[in-house]
Write a protein that binds this ligand. Structure first.
Ligand code: 13P
Ligand code: SF4
Length: 361
């Protein structure tokens, strides 16, 4: 087996040979051995913009998970190839909303509210679908066809405001926590956010609850972020008086409430970068990012709220060995592991993404 140093040399050599023909994008949750070779590192919103901006590169190698590579394919040029170094790098949250389930939910809501695509006398449609970026291209296509929009954790509030200008209610999927935390911060009461549960008729919520709903939440969650707890925050505060607790909005609402701040991966990075005094930070997000920030800012004490290691196992599937392989294949003139969204899905999915990119705070 090649050592980390050998793989690093091979990746560097292949990138040098390819030059401007390739751009490597890396999500903040990628391991250091991958991040060190990325031309751009960012949160999912920044990487979507980076994919859109790099029109000159023949290939975009996306070190992240499947839905992010699909998004890069939707936003990049038609002749650019988007490559996911390991096709098994998915996202368990994205898998929690299948297109069949979402279409079935839509039909059930249509039985309840009438035609969902036609505005009423108030100019508003009954329901606007909003999907978190962490969803398949098919779901983004569904949303695009039904007047809806995509959001990321860094623009969820702006996007919900956009949706409430157009609809009386929002159907938010797949992450119930991001939906709940964002709507709660906007002043929507919890009782007006029923949880959709497809296993029970009318989604588990009563008909009255659904009528009064402002946000209907899908039942998805992130298995990494739901591990964070209020008990961990209490312990951090007991052990480190004055600690600043920052968590990702994929954490449950009680954890977000108990924290000092909540924000996207880029928000967390910027908050630490902006701290002028030595500070203790307890962070509720994926451990690879937390460890990298701890190494980058030694003047602060930075630790992950979860004492048991808390990596995203699918992000971790992008091993540097796969990165070396896809780059060396490009050098040899072969495109491997290309992610290509079929045109019938791509067109409406692009509409929902472009709405997000145009929605200004
Ligand atoms: P960001 O949008 O903050 O990059 O997060 C993506 C993600 O998958 C978090 O779990
Ligand atoms: Fe998906 Fe959670 Fe991993 Fe983010 S951290 S990619 S939401 S499983």
């Amino acid at each position: 087996d090649a050592t980390d140093a050998e793989l690093s040399e091979r990746i560097t050599a292949a990138k040098q040979t390819l030059g401007e023909r390739v751009v490597v994008l890396g999500h903040f949750y990628q391991r250091d051995e991958v991040v060190q070779h990325a031309d751009y590192v960012g949160d999912s919103f920044q990487l979507a913009n980076a994919a859109k901006a790099h029109t000159d590169a023949e290939a975009i190698v996306f070190c992240g998970v499947h839905f992010m590579a699909e998004t890069a394919d939707l936003l990049s040029g038609p002749d650019q190839a988007v490559i996911l170094p390991n096709l098994a790098a998915g996202c368990s949250m994205a898998d929690m909303a299948s297109i069949d389930e979402v279409e079935e939910c839509w039909e059930q809501l249509e039985d309840l509210y009438g035609d969902l695509d036609t505005p009423g006398a108030d100019g508003l449609v009954p329901v606007v679908p909003v999907t978190y970026m962490n969803s398949s291209a098919a779901i983004k296509g569904f949303v695009g066809r039904h007047g809806g929009i995509v959001c990321t954790s860094s623009n969820a509030r702006t996007v919900l405001e956009w949706a409430f200008e157009r609809g009386r209610r929002v159907l938010f999927f797949p992450d119930q926590h991001l939906g709940r935390n964002t709507a709660k911060a906007m002043g929507v009461p919890l009782e007006r956010m029923p949880l959709w549960n497809p296993r029970r008729e009318l989604g588990g919520a009563t008909e009255d609850e659904l009528h009064d709903a402002r946000v209907i939440l899908w039942h998805g969650f992130c298995s990494v972020h739901r591990r964070f707890s209020v008990a961990q925050i209490d312990q951090a505060r007991a052990e480190h008086p004055g600690v600043r607790v920052i968590v990702h909005p994929e954490c449950p609402a009680d954890v977000v409430d108990a924290a000092d701040e909540a924000g996207s991966t880029d928000y967390i990075r910027k908050a630490i970068a902006a701290a002028t005094e030595p500070t203790v930070f307890a962070i509720g997000t994926e451990v690879n990012l937390v460890r990298r920030l701890a190494a980058e800012y030694p003047q602060h004490t930075i630790f992950c709220l979860d004492p048991v290691i808390c990596p995203c196992s699918t992000m971790y599937r992008i091993h540097p060995g796969y990165l070396a392989w896809v780059l060396e294949s490009l050098v040899a003139g072969e495109i491997v592991n290309r992610i290509q969204v079929p045109a019938d899905v791509a067109d409406p999915a692009r509409v929902s993404l472009e709405r997000m990119l145009a929605a200004k705070p």
